[in-house]
Design a protein around this ligand. Sequence first.
Ligand code: ASP
Length: 344
Amino acid sequence: MTQQEETSILVLYTGGTIGMMQDPKTGALVPFDFDNIYAHLPVLKNFGYQIDFYSFDPLIDSSNMSPGFWARLATKIGEEYEHYDGFVVLHGSDTMAYTASALSFMLENLNKPVVLTGSQLPMGVVRTDGRENFLAAIEIAAAKEDDTAIVPEVCIFFQDQLLRGNRATKFNAENFNAFASTNYPNLADVGVHIKYNKERILKPNFKRLKVHTNFDRNVGILKLFPGISEDFVRHAMQTPGLKAMVLETFGSGNATTAPWFLDALKQAIDNGLIILNITQCKGGSVEMGRYETSLDMARIGVVSGHDLTTEAAVTKLMYLVGEGLETEKIRELLQISIRGEMTV
Ligand code: ASP
């Protein structure tokens, strides 16, 4: 057997545009039948890999994604982990960055590639970007060096960029190049060759995979804007059952210095709420204390989220709170990068 023949990939199909094709009779978009994938994409055979397919039921538009679905996805990867060299997840692009972030936290000690991809145009449309995305994702999931996966982490492949999953964000609803990772360089650039940026890719630790599926949904996101009302902030902070709040602030982590605002935050923190400060900017990091407008938030116990994306911030909180950890332990883990999600 050649090494290619030994390589096996599991494709997990969750739904989204990539899996759609036009029904020849009605013209409507219907889910692609992956049982007949080799008839639609005979080129797949040229890889020489064993490629198996698993479709979730029901298939969903990724706007309906949920922690329950993430748990099913992570559990399936856990169950099949020893049987495959790599995994490709076909997913709608709208919430792909949330799923990639969530999976990065769910899959501790991941030593194999989990490559999420999707498309802006359905697979069955002539000008589709799905075909190229799908084929490159398979090649990346199968890539090995010295019998070890080249990209043993959760990542997103779209158009020509391979991005760390928990650093990526969807930034364009129109272009084929739909994702960006402004605070972390591409893991690979795909053109004529696939150029892996090896020093930026997480190294395998060869430990046993641990799947964590207990995400806690009692987290929120509050995006600040000039003129935000006291009533709105206080109600949000006092949401019954809320355990953690991502606060999207201005610039390098700044917010109004109005006494009512700090008071609302302090009261919530004193009542046990974890508040994580991330920036609304698309690039750069929170630096609490750099300006007077973030100094007081640091003093009352707002935690810096450094350069986390919104997607990584909210899923990291869902994960840490779901693990049932003490507040102090969660605050400590928020200050370190546990899956390559932030720069500290
Ligand atoms: N609404 C679709 C989804 O996220 C868009 C896409 O597939 O890209 O499922």
